[in-house]
Design a protein. Structure first.
Length: 290
């Protein structure tokens, strides 16, 4: 595969998903650090561009052996992608967080005396878990629903609905900052555990803990990649391309009675503004004033 050095790591991760497996192997960050150019990323890891090209070519030729083909996330609607992130990644994170807390408690109580670094792992993971819980709630209750509403509004030819946070760029910047913090904590945990290497006196629970931590890290890489490199840029691009409305304009358009400058109500409205003998021209019942 011939590398295009003008493209970023994120470009490759989005356009050619199997490249993520190669990036993981080389320790190249394709989620939080995805904006780096291919050249810059290789230089930071001491990897020759020719070697990366060969690894990507080998990955492309590797037989799937029954592995599931990754979904085409770049072509998904923003609503579908948001739903996928919640169902597949938020739910997984919550389940694994609870399991890892229990495993850490057990391993620290048994092996903490000989491996005091476990208590630092426990502290950092507790902070990571708390940060992720708050982060995911903000996405599920505020950002994702708004992105889906905005997309739906544009699909129906309506203007962008008003947002309590102004531009979508504002919460997106906060979410990306959260991602960066999470990535830093994951690196700390990886370093403290010597790349998740189980010591000679480690028991089955010890190995299970390190496997769970590594699995969570890998899932968070994909999770953050989908948001940083696909969902958020597309949402901002959609917002920039669409028209903006204030709350009253949106409500009036949704009501439909102002269309073409005159009132409609199930085809029965009279010239005096009555519908069903009750609705006045300045009160259609939807709550808007006209």
């Amino acid at each position: 595969m011939e590398l295009d050095v003008s493209r970023t790591v994120a470009d490759y991760a989005v356009a050619y998903p199997p490249s993520k497996r190669v990036f993981e192997k080389l320790g190249i960050d394709y989620c939080c650090g995805g904006k780096k150019s291919i050249t810059e990323a290789c230089e930071s890891k001491g990897v020759a561009l020719e070697d990366l090209a060969e690894l990507l070519k080998a990955e492309e030729a590797r037989p799937q052996n029954g592995e599931a083909v990754e979904l085409d996330f770049a072509s998904m609607s923003l609503a579908a992608l948001s739903d996928h992130i919640v169902r597949c990644h938020h739910n997984f994170t919550r389940e694994e967080d609870a399991r890892i807390v229990a495993l850490l408690n057990k391993v620290c109580s048994v092996h903490g005396r000989n491996h005091p670094e476990l208590f630092e792992v426990q502290r950092i993971f507790g902070e990571l878990k708390s940060e992720l819980e708050t982060h995911m709630l903000k996405e599920e209750r505020m950002l994702f629903p708004y992105i889906s509403l905005m997309e739906s509004s544009f699909n129906f030819g309506m203007p962008r609905p008003p947002a309590p946070f102004g531009s979508t760029r504002n919460p997106v910047a906060v979410m990306i900052s959260d991602h960066d913090k999470a990535a830093e904590m994951l690196v700390e945990i990886r370093n403290l555990t010597n790349e998740f290497t189980v010591p000679g006196d480690g028991c089955v629970t010890y190995r299970t803990l390190f496997s769970a931590l590594e699995g969570l890290e890998k899932d968070l890489h994909q999770h953050i990649h989908l948001e940083n490199n696909i969902l958020f840029p597309k949402a901002i691009e959609m917002e920039d391309a669409g028209t903006v409305s204030d709350a009253r304009a949106l409500q009036e358009q949704a009501c439909g009675i102002h269309e073409h400058g005159h009132e409609h109500s199930h085809g029965h409205a009279h010239s005096h503004g009555h519908a069903h003998g009750h609705a006045q021209a300045n009160g259609c019942g939807c709550g808007c004033n006209h």
